[in-house]
Design a protein around this ligand. Structure first.
Ligand SMILES: NC(=O)c1ccc[n+]([C@@H]2O[C@H](COP(=O)([O-])OP(=O)(O)OC[C@H]3O[C@@H](n4cnc5c(N)ncnc54)[C@H](O)[C@@H]3O)[C@@H](O)[C@H]2O)c1
Length: 371
């Protein structure tokens, strides 16, 4: 199998969760690759996520929006970019039930700008587009065969609809202009650097504060989780060995109910699940399950290494050591956090936080943590 050798890689959304692990891994393993990390530093990002790379001579960070055609064209030309790994997106499903226009703007229009810049500059040898398992829509509870890469896309929430929309543009630029595209569709990822609006870091931070863990609906929804380092390795494999024009699921067959995730976290914090879990109003639509066929990527030589018990312990350990990574995130710990999408910081409705009950002791004023 021929191995692709990139020279100058543009990684979008690099100060976010997954792309920071990919960036740090590539910088560590391939000193000959130049990496330009582009991020608009939205509320969920953190430059600290890129600390391991920041003093490497082959690393450069650029603050900017993928929606700016001038900036993207300029970067592709001046940095002689030959490879794009496109992670930047609005990623929180709960927010997409609120302000879904931001999702269309960043996820569809932003991707379109990148693709058009690739067409104009004509120098891109790989465009790796990062999509999600959610584009397939929910899998039947009793299905024994997972979605394979040729399955129909049936997104069921505004987030996944914009991700599916972006994929259509990527496919069209591959077909119309011969852009060498590869698309990935991943299961849920967990680990250090993940902004605590997402389930696992949110439950960990709540447990650290002695607060109850709110579960949407009855907790019977099933998700598949991969540890961030395994996913970073999957991108390393796809970058070098992925075939142009192909889609790769990044998945695991191991599934877990949301209620069991909460119970596992309670166990590690020595909390009684009976007293520490509460069931709250469900999302407007909450897919029951995303089940992927993971064979195609395995055929490229990748497989997951970190088992759940180990990954969860490592994640808890990291959040315990870095309780203030993003500053005050109490608004993100709400059962249904809704970012107000105002530029210049994080803006949440804090009133709901004060209504949340604590497992131990009284409520604290203004939702402030005990930490
Ligand atoms: N987290 C998961 O479990 C998961 C699973 C499957 C697929 N994905 C996909 O992986 C990618 C990364 O997800 P994540 O969870 O790491 O996201 P994240 O929310 O942690 O980070 C997204 C990053 O993109 C940046 N960004 C957003 N819009 C931008 C724009 N217009 N210009 C420049 N930067 C912008 C943000 O500032 C942020 O740093 C996304 O495309 C997501 O759809 C995520």
């Amino acid at each position: 199998m021929a191995t692709y050798k990139p020279r100058n890689i543009l990684i979008t959304g690099a100060a976010g969760f997954i792309a920071s692990h990919v960036t740090n891994r590539l910088i560590r393993n391939y000193p000959s690759y130049k990496i330009v990390a582009l991020d608009k530093l939205d509320y969920c990002s953190n430059l600290k996520n890129l600390h391991p790379s920041k003093s490497s001579p082959n690393f450069k960070f650029v603050e900017g929006d993928i929606g700016s055609a001038d900036l993207v064209n300029y970067l592709l030309f001046t940095e002689s970019i030959d490879t794009i790994m496109h992670f930047a997106a609005q990623t929180h499903v709960d927010n997409s039930f609120g302000n879904s226009f931001e999702f269309t703007k960043n996820n569809i229009y932003g991707t379109h700008v990148l693709l058009e810049a690739c067409k104009v500059t004509g120098q891109i040898r790989r465009f790796i587009h990062v999509s999600t398992d959610e584009v397939y829509g929910e899998t039947d509870e009793d299905a024994v065969v997972g979605n394979h890469e040729a399955s129909q896309l049936l997104p069921s929430n505004p987030y996944s609809a914009t991700k599916a929309g972006a994929e259509m543009l990527v496919m069209a630029y591959g077909r119309s202009y011969g852009l060498p595209v590869i698309t990935t569709r991943g299961n849920n990822v967990y680990g250090p650097n993940q902004f605590p609006e997402k389930l696992i870091p949110k439950f960990i931070l709540l447990a650290m504060r002695g607060m109850v863990l709110p579960i949407h609906g009855d907790g019977s929804n099933v998700r598949s989780y991969l540890y961030c380092e395994d996913v970073a390795e999957a991108f390393e494999v796809i970058l070098h060995r992925g075939e142009v024009g192909h889609v790769y699921n990044i998945g695991t067959k191991k599934e877990r109910r949301v209620i069991d995730v909460a119970k596992d976290i309670c166990k590690l914090f020595l909390m009684d699940p009976e007293k520490s879990i509460e069931f709250v109003e469900n999302r407007p639509f909450n897919d029951q399950r995303y089940f992927l066929d993971d064979q195609k990527l395995k055929n490229l030589g990748w497989s997951e290494r970190v088992i759940w018990e180990e990954g969860l312990k490592k994640t808890i350990d990291w959040y315990t050591k870095h309780p203030n990574w993003w500053g005050d995130v109490s608004g993100a710990l709400l059962p249904h956090p809704r970012m107000l999408m105002i530029p210049g910081g994080r803006h949440f409705d804090f009133e709901e936080l004060n209504r949340m009950s604590h497992v131990n002791g009284p409520k604290l004023p203004n939702g402030k943590s005990k930490l």
